[in-house]
Design a protein. Structure first.
Lengths: 325, 338, 400
């Protein structure tokens, strides 16, 4: 590993090799740290999207396949606002979030609400159908070329390293993303545990019928859930569009699958689980790509998903759901 | 309403009529376009086979399999690799590919069929994506993205099948076999157990049906049909590539059975016959810019069908009623003969 | 399990009469659908009976649409020029665009459609190697000659006597790049970041083989899949290896992201280079790509006098300088037209004519150089190098 030729000339040689040894160790650890940084940032993004999946599953036990498309629409919307209407980035960011919330509510109203009483399979199939529909709609509207923001969209500061020690660097953009993620997660936590709506959401996820009997407007709360989840998802879309500077219609599909894997990993139905799952999956993916195999990078998410569902369906945090009652 | 025996068109006679039409198809005067139309219809027949396979799982057991393309790909690559490395005959490859499909169906199904519908769907999806990733990356096995070119065409008594109409008849022949298998299954003890599971699992269990065993069998048979379809695909195209096995294929086949009617055999076939040529018709009719609208329509089909006609075009119950009608006619005819 | 019992035979007889009834009766959505299909297909064939069709098959939508656009523009320009000069033996030339999305299934469908069409005698296409390989057996069965302006995969010419191409092969390109990198740029330690597809991997292998001969060290290789946007894990690995340059044998959409992310990770003094897949204006959007160089089959200023008028006309019509896709497809259409002018509308004769262009003297003199084919249908063409300077593509001062 470190070119070892440990031989007979002790003192000088040992110091020489020690030097190289330490260097190599530093190199390996900064590689590791940099990968960790990459992984945490990626994880934050997955967490933001995963939260949407997990909340919707919690209240109506539906895997909202179209959630990835909301994320994608968020990215495209911000991009369009910036390039076509010439708005500054932050304005676009703050407009996109509520618009995506509306998208989510509309999606629920149009596609899922009519099927509330129907078989689970029907809702799942509808979700898949909506996902396909929205993906191709975006393809038709914006074309399949990868879109990117013009370079001057953010002050150059953002792209420069905020912290760097040795070979490891963390850019301001990454800091921004992580901060936004943490802040909004905390916000979400507050909503779920300190407000009436949040309590209603938790009630519905435990027992829909009893909640209705208690006077909770079930449909309205469900719409609210969709709104929040979609807002976070859309926000993630805008951030990712900026961070990787690549926006294309199929981005929702891939990110959606991975975020769903993260939600399952953390425990579907549990918001802190989604956050944890997101972080863990992001790091696992980056480490896997960096240390094991870059071709199977996407495979890590699939494998994680399958393993968790088979062996610990309640996930890292969540409660026991997934097998037959 | 009991129709008098002998009256009315039943689905079976409608189907036989269409079959007769189909047999004539290559000889209709369409000029040079015969091959193009034949290819489209052959594709539709291939998808009919696939749809019949997929139909077994949600149709007969109520679970959703989102990973069908995995078995399709396994079947195709089994066939392709056997053809290229061992130069086996098509007629040996077909059952081998089907068996391989069944094997993987059992491997996947055994640990997962105890899960609820949603989780099962997700696991099958994950599995099929992993299969495709392996097909793509393991160059030593599958040549990965270089694809497998040069697969030899099927041969019958020493004559290589070369023309489009030959493949068309071959596809029809395979379809007939699968149809036979599936209809006989439907009427067998196995089929009845499956319907019981679909209608009410707990009641079925109470009647002594070993859920897991029957579900795994359904899944294995479904997978083997997928493998068979894949084998035909490989020998027909003579070139396979991982890009030909995307998640989209699973969705497309799902779309066909949703449209036609989950669980109903005639519905499934009708769904394939209508939706597959649709994509080609749209290609001709739509302007270049709306090219991708073709796929959008499939998404819309799923959503609209679930909303407005979730039982599909030919609902499963109607197909059962049809069978009852036929049974009555059979009885009446037998009485007449005595 | 009785299959053909007495009752079943009656059903079959009934079925035949039903079938006849379906054909002749007015009812039935099936019949209507079928007839619509037939009519559409027939109409399609009748409509363009008078003009000479030259179909061009490439991805015009999809991720590689910008490459397809070059092919489209070059072909359309040549079609216009041919018609302005009186067409082929007096008949109008019709360039028909067939979009196959770089997908093997679509390519096979398109190929069948074209092969079935009695008015098609030659095809210009395809672009992606997987699409070409899927279409190849169909053209071979139908004895329909095809010229690919852009498929660089090594197997294509070998596999069919009906497939030709006027672009060089990946093994040549990889070799050329290795030589250039070693002789002209002096890079001694290179890492390769390839996409998991046949084009990229073929290039990588050819490069690696020659690099080994020349003593250029390959420190490591990493892969990415087509839809990836996050390249940081692999790039971080590369960073630790401290290479002189990163070879990106992939396509521009990913290439530009790779460059941007590499720089954001702090890889400052690393060179970037690639091959014809990176030859796209998309790469210019990134200021970090300064100094990136690629091999290309066509360079306007090194291309000779025929090219000058082509470049001017292209610029006039489309407002930009043609890239190599446009130049090659322009030539391919030109060759198709020349073949039809010489031997008429016969698939086999056209194929034989093309095969007869087998030496420098008999070569087709096009804008992208002289094209002549070897016994496999492949051609030897020069490769040029262009690089990004000041946000624009310019020819590298030092060519091999």
């Amino acid at each position: 590993m470190f070119g070892g030729q440990v031989q007979s000339r002790p003192a000088l040689f040992v110091h020489f090799h020690e030097g190289i040894f330490v260097d190599r160790l530093l190199e390996l650890s900064s590689l590791f740290l940099q990968q960790l940084v990459n992984g945490i940032t990626l994880g934050g993004v997955y967490a933001l999207i995963a939260v949407g999946y997990t909340m919707v599953y919690g209240v109506i036990q539906l895997i909202n396949f179209a959630h990835g498309e909301i994320y994608m629409l968020g990215a495209f919307l911000a991009y369009t606002l910036v390039t076509v209407l010439g708005l500054p980035f932050f304005a676009a960011f703050f407009i996109t979030i509520p618009v995506c919330a509306c998208f989510g509510v509309i999606l629920d109203f149009v596609a899922y609400r009519p099927l509330r009483k129907a078989h689970r399979l029907a809702a799942l199939i509808t979700a898949i159908g909506m996902s396909i529909f929205l993906q191709n709609l975006a393809l038709m509207i914006w074309g399949s070329q990868i879109k990117s923001y013009p370079r001057d969209i953010l002050p150059g500061l953002f792209f420069r390293p905020a912290l760097s020690f040795g070979d490891v660097s963390l850019s301001w953009l990454q800091v921004f993303i992580l901060t936004v993620t943490v802040v909004f997660m905390a916000f979400l936590h507050l909503i779920i545990h300190r407000t009436r709506v949040g309590t209603a959401m938790r009630a519905i996820s435990q027992d829909k019928v009893s909640s209705a009997l208690m006077g909770i407007g079930v449909n309205r709360v469900i719409s609210f859930t969709f709104a929040i989840g979609s807002a976070m998802g859309g926000m993630a879309g805008v951030l990712v569009g900026l961070y990787y500077n690549a926006i294309f219609p199929t981005m929702g599909y891939i990110a959606g699958v991975k975020a769903f894997a993260a939600a399952v990993l953390g425990g579907i139905g549990s918001v802190p689980g989604a956050m944890l799952g997101g972080g863990v999956l992001g790091i696992a993916e980056v480490m896997g790509a960096g240390y094991i195999s870059s071709e199977y990078r996407d495979g890590i998410s699939y494998a994680v998903m399958i393993m968790v569902i088979l062996f610990k369906p309640s996930g890292l945090v969540g409660r026991q759901i997934g097998e037959k009652a | 309403m009991i129709k008098s025996p002998g009256a009315g068109i039943t689905h079976r006679s409608m189907f036989l009529g269409l079959l007769f039409l189909a047999l004539l198809l290559p000889w209709l005067p369409m000029g040079g376009f015969t091959n193009y139309v034949l290819r489209i219809i052959t594709t539709a027949v291939l998808y009919m086979i696939l749809a019949l396979g997929l139909n077994i799982v949600p149709g007969f057991t109520g679970l959703l399999d989102l990973g069908y393309v995995g078995f399709y790909g396994i079947g195709a690559y089994t066939a392709g690799l056997l053809a290229i490395h061992y130069d086996l005959s098509f007629w040996i490859i077909i059952p081998l590919a089907a068996l391989n499909g069944a094997l993987w169906g059992i491997l996947l199904g055994a640990p997962t069929l105890r899960l609820t519908g949603d989780y099962f769907a997700i696991v099958t999806f994950g599995f099929s994506e992993l299969v495709v990733l392996v097909l793509r990356n393991e160059l030593w096995l599958t040549r990965g993205p270089m694809g497998l070119p040069g697969i030899s065409p099927p041969s019958l008594f020493g004559h290589n099948l070369v023309h489009d109409w030959e493949f068309f008849y071959l596809a029809l022949f395979l379809l007939m076999i699968i149809l036979l298998v599936v209809t006989r299954l439907e009427n067998s003890r196995l089929g009845r157990a499956w319907f019981a599971i679909r209608e009410d699992e707990i009641a079925a269990q109470c009647c002594g049906i070993n859920l897991i065993r029957y579900k795994v069998m359904a899944f294995a048979i479904s997978a083997s049909i997928g493998g068979l379809g894949g084998a035909f695909y490989a020998k027909w195209f003579k070139f396979i590539h991982p890009d030909m096995f995307k998640f989209w294929e699973s969705i497309l086949v799902l779309c066909l059975i949703v449209f036609g009617g989950m669980g109903s055999i005639s519905g499934t076939m009708l769904g394939a016959l209508l939706l597959i040529p649709l994509s080609e018709i749209l290609r001709m009719v739509l302007p270049q810019s709306l090219f991708n609208a073709r796929y959008l329509i499939y998404g819309l089909v799923l959503v609209l069908m679930m909303r407005f006609r979730p039982m599909g075009l030919i609902p499963f119950e109607r197909a059962q009623a049809d069978k009852a009608l036929r049974a009555r006619r059979r009885l009446a005819a037998q009485e007449k003969e005595e | 399990m009785k299959i053909f019992g007495k009752f079943d035979r009656r059903i079959i007889r009934e079925g035949i009469s039903e079938g006849k009834a379906i054909i002749f009766r007015k009812e039935g959505a099936m019949k209507k659908l079928f007839s619509v299909l037939l009519v559409a297909v027939l109409f399609h064939g009748i409509a363009w009976a008078q003009s000479i069709k030259i179909p061009v098959a490439s991805p015009f939508t999809g991720q590689l649409a910008s490459f397809g656009e070059g092919v489209k523009n070059g072909a359309l320009l040549k079609g216009e020029e041919l018609n302005a000069a009186g067409g082929i033996n007096g008949r109008r030339v019709e360039i028909i665009l067939e979009d196959e999305l770089c997908d093997p299934k679509e390519a096979a469908t398109v190929a069948t459609k074209l092969a079935s069409d009695p008015g098609v005698f030659i095809v210009v296409g395809h672009l992606c190697s997987s699409a070409t390989l899927a279409a190849l057996p169909i053209y071979r069965e139908a004895k329909l000659p095809a010229i690919s302006p852009a498929s660089t995969n090594v197997n294509i010419g070998r596999m069919s006597p009906f497939y030709f191409r006027n672009v060089y092969k990946d093994d040549f390109q990889g070799l050329f790049l290795a030589k250039y990198v070693n002789n002209m740029k002096g890079f001694k330690k290179v890492v390769i970041f390839y996409e998991v597809n046949d084009y990229s991997m073929g290039l990588m292998l050819a490069f690696m083989k020659e690099a080994q001969n020349l003593g250029v060290k390959i420190l490591g290789t990493e892969a990415y899949t087509a839809d990836t946007t996050d390249f940081k894990p692999q790039l971080t690995k590369f960073k630790m290896m401290r290479p002189d340059a990163i070879f990106i044998p992939g396509y521009a959409p990913q290439g530009t992201l790779i460059v941007a992310q590499a720089v954001s990770l702090g890889m400052k003094n690393v060179g970037f280079f690639g091959a014809d897949g990176l030859d796209d204006d998309l790469m210019l959007k990134n200021p970090d790509a300064e100094g990136l160089f690629v091999t290309t089959p066509f360079l306007p200023d090194k291309a000779g006098p025929e090219a000058a008028s082509f470049v001017a006309a292209f610029n006039k019509k489309y407002g930009k300088v043609p890239n190599w896709f446009a130049a090659n497809s322009y030539d391919a259409v030109g060759m198709a037209a020349a073949a039809m002018k010489a031997v008429g509308q016969d698939r086999i004769k056209i194929r034989d004519y093309l095969a007869s262009l087998n030496s420098k003297e008999k070569a087709y003199n096009g804008v992208a150089g002289k094209t002549y084919f070897d016994e496999n249908g492949d051609c030897l063409k020069d490769a040029f190098v262009k690089e990004i300077r000041g946000g624009k593509w310019v020819s590298a001062e030092k060519q091999l």
